[in-house]
Design a protein around this ligand. Structure first.
Ligand SMILES: Nc1ncnc2c1ncn2[C@@H]1O[C@H](COP(=O)(O)OP(=O)(O)O)[C@@H](O)[C@H]1O
Ligand SMILES: [Mg+2]
Length: 347
């Protein structure tokens, strides 16, 4: 590391999360995240995509220490060079909800229905400046609401959560993160509950904020179309692991992992490039993290699987051969976890 290559804002290394869960009367060991590594540069947007249950939420909730006490977490999460795993609640306070803001799929659920927005903003602004007065907080809140695209912010501060639409609540959630001057925003399926037009507006807003405020964003969705729209880099997860990771254009136009290809073939926008007739749903059931197979978690659903795929999990490795050279030249690597990598079996 030298002065010309500052440390990434976030570096996650070999993150593993498991839960002891009760299923009926049986206890099971759920391996939700099985060795996830990634880094996030300042001012950039990382998209995480994968079907439900792939470990997207658990791996990102581990970052600001949001997992329940029942979670067994190991590995490393470094924020601006500082290890966050193992910090006390007191030490974590500087990060969770402050440097690291979060918005979720159901924006309404994080609010007290009996608290109006003026009071929500006042409370939030007082986290960083206990001396802030009501009038000053209201002016600041209105400015933040304007910045996040909610007009008449001053009047709307009198309103309660149920008086806002889902899209408006998502804008308010973003404004609250900005109120704390967050540097990293983790957006976990923030548009999944919204209709398509509003989805696009929220994505546009996040893109603008990245530019105007230089914030870094982790954008999580099961929808690869949406993730490709907003992200600089995409990480494809399945079975608690990273299956493929590359710059967005490489994932969208030249996906390599059979799982990524399946996600794309099943997507409304990209799917039509691959199959003119119809979208191709991914066959089979999502892998059960309580019963992990020894091999690649996608192998049971993969049309290209060979015997060795069921035997051991392949390493996450740079794309080999001619494709890899052309994709990764100069930029961050195109990584893939697949036994077909390097086997000359891409065609
Ligand atoms: N608190 C928990 N206890 C037990 N299992 C959990 C818990 N939270 C998540 N899981 C399991 O971990 C796996 C990954 O979950 P999650 O990260 O939420 O997936 P995604 O966000 O990709 O849909 C799932 O199988 C889920 O059921
Ligand atoms: Mg999730």
């Amino acid at each position: 590391m030298n002065e010309f290559s500052p440390a990434p804002l976030l570096e996650v290394n070999d993150l593993r999360v498991s839960f002891q869960a009760l299923r009926g009367v049986a206890r099971s060991h759920v391996q939700a995240v099985r060795g996830v590594s990634f880094s996030l540069e300042r001012g950039s947007i990382l998209g995480i995509v994968g079907e439900s249950g792939s470990g997207k939420s658990v791996s990102t909730q581990a970052v600001p220490g949001l997992l329940p006490a029942s979670a067994d977490v190991s590995g490393s999460v470094k924020y601006a060079g500082k290890e966050l795993l193992g910090l006390s609640a007191e030490e974590m306070r500087e990060y969770r909800g402050r440097k690291i803001g979060m918005i979720f799929q159901e924006p309404g659920r994080s609010y007290d229905p009996l608290q109006n927005m003026a009071s929500v903003f006042l409370e939030t602004l007082r986290n960083s400046n206990p001396a802030v007065r009501g009038e000053e907080a209201a002016a600041k809140a209105a400015a933040l609401l304007a910045e996040t695209g909610l007009p008449n912010g001053r009047e709307r501060l009198a309103n309660f959560p149920h008086q806002f639409s889902g899209g408006q609540l998502q804008r308010i959630g973003i404004a609250l993160a900005l109120a704390q001057n967050c540097e990293l925003l983790i957006a976990d399926e923030p548009t999944t509950a919204l209709d398509v037009t509003i989805q696009k507006q929220i994505v546009e807003l996040l893109r603008e904020l990245r530019k105007s405020r230089q914030i870094s964003i982790i954008f999580i969705s099961h929808d690869i179309d949406l993730v490709a729209d907003i992200s600089d880099r995409i990480m494809v997860m399945y079975g608690g692991m990273v299956m493929e990771s590359a710059d967005s254009p490489a994932i969208a136009s030249a996906p390599r992992h059979p799982y990524t290809k399946s996600l794309i073939a099943a997507s409304p926008r990209f799917g039509s490039h691959y199959s003119r007739e119809r979208l191709v749903p991914i066959p089979g059931k999502v892998t059960d993290p309580a019963r992990p197979e020894p091999g690649c978690p996608f192998a049971p659903r993969c049309a290209r699987a060979r015997d060795e795929c069921a035997a051991a999990v392949p390493e996450l490795a740079p794309l080999s051969g001619a494709h890899g050279d052309s994709v990764s030249a100069g930029g961050p690597a195109h990584l893939i976890r697949c036994a077909l990598n390097g086997g000359g079996l891409w065609q």
